[in-house]
Design a protein around this ligand. Structure first.
Ligand SMILES: C[S@@+](CC[C@H](N)C(=O)[O-])C[C@H]1O[C@@H](n2cnc3c(N)ncnc32)[C@H](O)[C@@H]1O
Length: 264
């Protein structure tokens, strides 16, 4: 298969809104816990990288208040418009290709973004450069190679089909330049970049209605890609969607690794 360029899960597709809502349900509690612990509060200047939807941006806006600032960037800001009022500033920006949208940030955060960015090394450098001295970096990314299964309990044909389609999804992501074992390297990368007090942890749901919503929206969004690449048939996908709708499967996600530290 020849390498395809570009982000696979384009925010302008109708299913993207469902995906972003499900990601917020699944991962916002973990993200907010980390952000609280890093001390985000009134007057902070934050850069939310690859913001996607509004949930993290709106939470940050409340925390920093009118004296703070939240710069929310994405290659596609179509889902960010409802949050675009002070203290939030929304900008179209490619973190792997452009200079940072400012400097002296108290906090830079990216969730489920860098794994998709082909030049993620440059992206991480840029994010660290944008921090003030002692500023906090929080990078959270999925590590699908660490836990590759949609159904860890593969006990029947429905689960086998689910895991086969998940394998196809990972294939498509890798073909677009995603590094599916990047997240586990984050603590080392942060330390090597000179950050202090580096720590990391991981979270993943083993079953949840939001996992089913995420999987259904994802498979509907990438249906044509899976079929064109010969990774699944339309019948496979219809059967899988019906299996999800029946509620009989326990669906998981890849673990999300959160790594954080302070600039030099
Ligand atoms: C899986 S979504 C995650 C969205 C959000 N951070 C969250 O956790 O809900 C990935 C986001 O990264 C954005 N993205 C992909 N490549 C990017 C790049 N090179 N620069 C900035 N954003 C990018 C996508 O448009 C999308 O909004």
């Amino acid at each position: 298969m020849t390498r395809t360029d570009g982000y696979l899960l384009d925010n302008r597709r109708t299913e993207a809104g469902e995906r972003l809502d499900a990601l917020a349900t699944l991962f916002d509690p973990t993200t907010f816990r980390h952000l609280e612990r890093l001390g985000v509060g009134p007057g902070w200047r934050c850069w939310e990288v690859g913001a996607g939807g509004t949930s993290v941006v709106s939470w940050l806006a409340k925390k920093v208040g009118p004296t703070g600032k939240v710069v929310a960037t994405d290659i596609d800001t179509s889902r960010l418009t409802p949050a675009a009022r002070p203290p939030v500033e929304v900008r179209v920006h490619d973190v792997g290709a452009e200079a940072p949208p400012g400097e002296g940030f108290d906090l830079v955060h990216a969730r489920l973004v860098l794994v998709h960015v082909p030049d993620r090394e440059r992206a991480l450098r840029s994010m660290i450069k944008a921090l003030r001295a002692d500023g906090r970096l929080l990078v959270e990314d999925a590590d699908p190679a660490l836990q590759p299964l949609l159904c860890p309990d593969e006990h029947g044909p429905e689960q086998q089909l689910a895991n086969r389609l998940r394998h196809g999804f990972r294939h498509l992501l890798a073909d677009r330049g995603a590094d599916l074992s990047y997240a586990r390297t984050l603590p080392r990368l942060l330390r090597e970049a000179g950050l202090r007090r580096v720590e990391a942890d991981a979270y993943f749901p083993v079953t949840s209605p939001a996992c089913a919503a995420l999987e259904s929206a994802t498979v509907r969004q990438i249906r044509a890609d899976l079929v064109t690449a010969g990774l699944a048939t339309d019948e496979d996908i219809d059967r899988h969607l019906a299996n999800i709708a029946s509620g009989s499967m326990d669906l998981a996600t890849a673990p999300m690794i959160s790594a954080w530290g302070r600039k030099g």
